[in-house]
Design a protein around this ligand. Structure first.
Ligand SMILES: [Zn+2]
Ligand SMILES: [Zn+2]
Length: 327
């Protein structure tokens, strides 16, 4: 069990540094080894409160302790109720071609704001007495259930893990300390952005217990295309060629992702298993530089099998077959 330092010193988590010092001095006086010779319980108690005070007297260490305590609570809540205080996140969807240029996207998402009634604490009136539900540990044991074969401990429901009780919890926010708020944000995404990338929007996330707003993570999702695929800044497409075009050579028209139509020269006797590269016709590279460097458009080829075929087509192919058998 993790010791609750506030509990050890008999103070509330919101105690001021001065009141903390006062509480410590009183306890130190009470449990000091000089005042309790040969009393091992008092000695242990003295060491325990000394350790707790060493952490809480330093504002930085206290903040770190509070944060770890809070995150432990959050994990437990996620574990037991399947709802976690994860960072605010939103998905922004782009069409396949939108990343060709930098683009602005406006979307709405849900974030948490602190409940005004309880100032984000979830509690209207704190108790300074140890909670009877968990004997002040902040955690209660749960026996085996259908998922876990052994018992485990969860945040005490009576005191919400604070170790003090009975307190008066806030009904407005169901003692969570926060309420959901719909928020709209506009982001500018750089040219060349890809699926799976995430961007941080400063100060657009959940409101934290300091009253300021954390960051929002915006995850990019780019739609797929029926005929084109993408690998980083490269575009890939497949060009179907007739057998006759491969043997005789041909000029075929290919449309680039930028919308321009390009004539591609297929030489006679072309090895269709090779690929061709349309230089600079892909997506912008995410270099962070103003002068965008462009990826290429890779053309791959496949043999086009006509089906069904006309009588004339069949006759021509039969003639071709006779010719080929003769060679
Ligand atoms: Zn409790
Ligand atoms: Zn509230």
């Amino acid at each position: 069990m993790v010791n609750n330092y506030y509990q050890i010193l008999g103070v509330h988590p919101t105690v001021s540094q001065d009141a903390l010092k006062k509480a410590y001095r009183q306890l130190a006086h009470k449990y000091h080894p000089d005042a309790n010779p040969n009393d091992s319980t008092a000695e242990a108690k003295f060491k325990e409160m000394q350790g707790a005070y060493d952490t809480l007297k330093d504002p930085d260490k206290r903040a770190a302790y509070d944060a770890s305590f809070t995150s432990a609570r959050v994990d437990d809540e996620f574990f037991s109720f399947f709802k976690g205080q994860t960072p605010a996140a939103a998905i922004v969807k782009l069409s396949f071609t939108e990343p060709l240029r930098a683009c602005k996207k406006t979307f709405s998402y849900q974030r948490k704001i602190n409940c005004k009634k309880c100032s984000g604490s979830g509690v209207l009136q704190f108790s300074t007495l140890p909670c009877s539900g968990c004997q002040g540990s902040g955690r209660s044991r749960v026996s085996a259930n259908f998922i876990f074969s052994s018992a485990f401990s969860v945040v005490c429901k009576d005191c919400k893990g604070q170790g003090f009780g009975p307190s008066v919890f806030c009904e407005v926010c169901n003692s969570t300390g926060s309420l959901a708020e719909s928020q709209e944000v506009t982001v500018t995404l750089p040219a060349g952005v890809m699926s799976g990338q995430a961007f941080r929007c400063f100060g657009q996330g959940h409101q934290n217990n300091r009253g300021t707003f954390d960051d929002l993570m915006v995850h990019v999702q780019v739609e797929t295309h029926p005929h084109l695929s993408r690998q980083g800044a490269q575009v890939l497409s497949c060009v179907p060629l007739y057998y006759s075009q491969i043997v005789l050579g041909a000029a075929v028209e290919v449309e680039s992702i930028w919308g321009d139509k390009l004539s591609v020269n297929i030489p006679p006797g072309f090895d269709y298993r090779t690929s061709m590269r349309l230089m600079g016709k892909g997506f912008p590279k995410l270099t962070g530089l103003e002068n965008l460097e462009m990826g290429d458009h890779i053309l791959e080829f496949e043999i086009r099998i006509p089906s069904p075929i006309s009588e004339r087509h069949r006759d021509l192919l039969n003639q071709l077959l006779q010719e080929e058998n003769r060679v």
